[in-house]
Design a protein around this ligand. Structure first.
Ligand code: NAD
Ligand code: UGA
Length: 465
């Protein structure tokens, strides 16, 4: 079997950084170099102060501390790292296309193609190229076409090894993965490559959790896994609207159905809507692929998951306006949370962005507190929507550091992220500081209804009347 001693990973983001840190940590005999075109990001990965890593993930800094500078390196010298490596992971971003054919739906593969061309240009000896990014089914063929037409006699094996980690629990997910998926060609050289990658994961995972498939099943399984997970959230969120009008309680419904072992209890937490860089992007991609093969019913079916998610975010914002006597103009609304879920500083597609945008259209004055998200990021998220001038976003929305002090004279608080610290706040003190009636809109079902109502709040919890 081919023994791997040098790995390169292109892309030092939320996937490349944590994944390679864990590989380096568990495989001390392998040198792992993570490269990126973004100098600032690489500098952050190399920061002496581990609290300033570009990504916040519980457990990450401890793992980086053990391996960095020994067998884990972060660099912008991409060509050098490609040249040295026997195995190259591609872990760059694959956002939804914002232009041209497939705009708003298809995955933009320009960064993937650039990587493939870079590898083709630099490689002088045989390489195993691993797709770590989430890619549309049959992308491996495009990568192969680029790599196999260099005329430099180098043999490339292309593997698909999608990543299933969730942000906020990335390190635990990597260390205790439910499964690792490795797709590759069903040839003898394809098998050797699959086994070489499998051997890396076998350093810490039992062999029976490492699944080998053909490359197309692996690519498609990643999109389908995310679509199924997002579908569960949209399903329970659609039920939350029904609960609010029928006096049922969405948590009780989720518990009741989750006890059925065929349904299971996980991923049934009703919320203001799913966010994150991947669910929407990957479903849109699935919808696009289905439509491009003429499978319109399949496309419509999955698209509905996104429509319900948009409905849930809109419904939450609309409810705030309606409850606050049909106008929020000039009213102070405090947002607790901006990240798309707790324990991450990632805000991509966070529901908070869309709820804020809807309320700013109604001329609300929003104050945002998030323990891990920077002011720069919050304004950049809003400006990206292009709904109003950046100066107007800064005039109407302020980012604050003290969530308790900011409750003074607030009309309402909206909970957008389920950060644990919000549960421990002195809610009586917050109530005293707010204007009355004091409203709390809990988009994460984080707080105790009975306690909040006893304090005196007008308390709305998603999925409960
Ligand atoms: P990210 O944006 O955090 O990181 C991607 C990095 O790639 C960036 O730092 C960027 O500068 C770099 N890059 C882009 N083009 C490059 C090039 N040509 N050469 C060198 N570097 C380049 O993205 P991410 O969240 O890590 O996601 C990466 C992929 O993994 C996506 O396909 C995503 O769908 C998938 N994925 C993400 C998650 C997640 O939790 N974020 C989980 C599973 C899978
Ligand atoms: C998700 C998947 O869980 C990962 O397996 C996958 O690798 C990743 O996408 C990816 O491909 O990027 P992630 O988006 O990081 O991971 O986080 P999740 O825990 O899945 O949460 C996604 C969104 O759904 C969050 O906004 C979360 O608050 C919301 N959610 C999740 C709910 O509203 N209810 C739930 O019951 C679960």
């Amino acid at each position: 079997m081919k023994k791997i001693t040098e790995i390169c990973c292109i892309g030092a983001g939320y996937v490349g950084g944590p994944t390679m840190s864990v590989i380096a940590h568990k495989c001390p005999e392998i040198n792992v170099t993570v490269v990126d075109i973004n100098q600032e990001r690489i500098d952050q990965w190399n920061q002496a102060n581990l609290d300033d890593l570009p990504i916040y993930e519980p457990g990450l800094k401890e793992i980086v501390a053990q391996s960095r500078g020994k067998n884990l390196f972060f660099s912008t010298e991409i060509d050098k790292a490609i040249d040295k490596a026997q195995m190259i992971f591609i872990s760059v971003n694959t956002p939804t296309k914002t232009y041209g054919k497939g705009k708003g739906q298809a995955a933009d593969l320009k960064y993937i193609e650039l990587c493939a061309r870079n590898i083709a240009r630099v490689a002088k000896d045989d390489k195993i190229v691993v797709e770590k990014s989430t890619l549309p089914v049959r992308t491996a063929q495009a990568i192969k076409n680029i790599l196999q037409n260099t005329g430099n006699e180098v043999n490339f094996e292309i593997l698909s090894n999608p990543e299933f980690l969730a942000e906020g629990t990335a390190i635990n997910d990597l260390l205790n993965a439910d499964r690792v998926l490795i797709g590759g060609d069903e040839t003898s050289s394809g098998q050797i490559a699959k086994d070489a990658l499998s051997a890396i994961y076998e350093h810490w995972l039992p062999k029976d959790r490492i699944l080998q498939t053909n490359v197309w099943s692996s690519e498609l399984s990643k999109l389908v896994a995310n679509a199924f997970l997002a579908q569960r959230v949209s399903s329970i969120n659609s039920v939350s609207a029904l609960c609010e009008t029928t006096d049922a309680n969405v948590q009780e419904v989720a518990r009741a159905i989750g006890f059925d072992s065929r349904i299971g209890p996980k991923f049934l937490q009703s919320s203001v809507g799913f966010g994150g860089s991947c669910f929407q992007k990957d479903i849109l991609n699935l919808v696009y692929i289905a439509r491009s093969y003429g499978l319109n019913e399949v496309a419509d079916y999955w698209n509905q998951v996104i429509l319900i998610n948009d409905y849930q975010k809109r419904r939450f914002a609309d409810n705030i306006v309606t409850t606050l006597y049909n106008t929020v103009s000039g009213k102070k609304i405090l947002f607790y949370g901006w990240a798309f879920k707790k324990d991450t500083n990632d805000t991509r597609e966070s529901a908070a962005i869309y709820v804020a945008d809807a309320l700013l259209e109604e001329k609300a004055e929003i104050f945002v507190y998030d323990p891990k998200v920077s002011e720069k990021q919050i304004y950049s998220d809003l400006d990206y929507l292009n709904t109003r001038e950046p100066s107007e976003n800064r005039r109407l929305l302020k980012v604050i550091k003290d969530p308790i002090e900011a409750s003074k004279d607030a009309h309402a608080i909206a909970i957008l992220t389920e950060w644990d610290e919000f549960k421990d706040y002195d809610w009586e003190k917050i109530f005293d500081a707010m204007l009355k009636p004091a409203f709390v809109f809990d988009g994460r079902r984080l707080l105790d209804s009975k306690k909040m109502k006893e304090i005196g709040f007008k308390y709305y919890k998603i999925g409960q009347s």
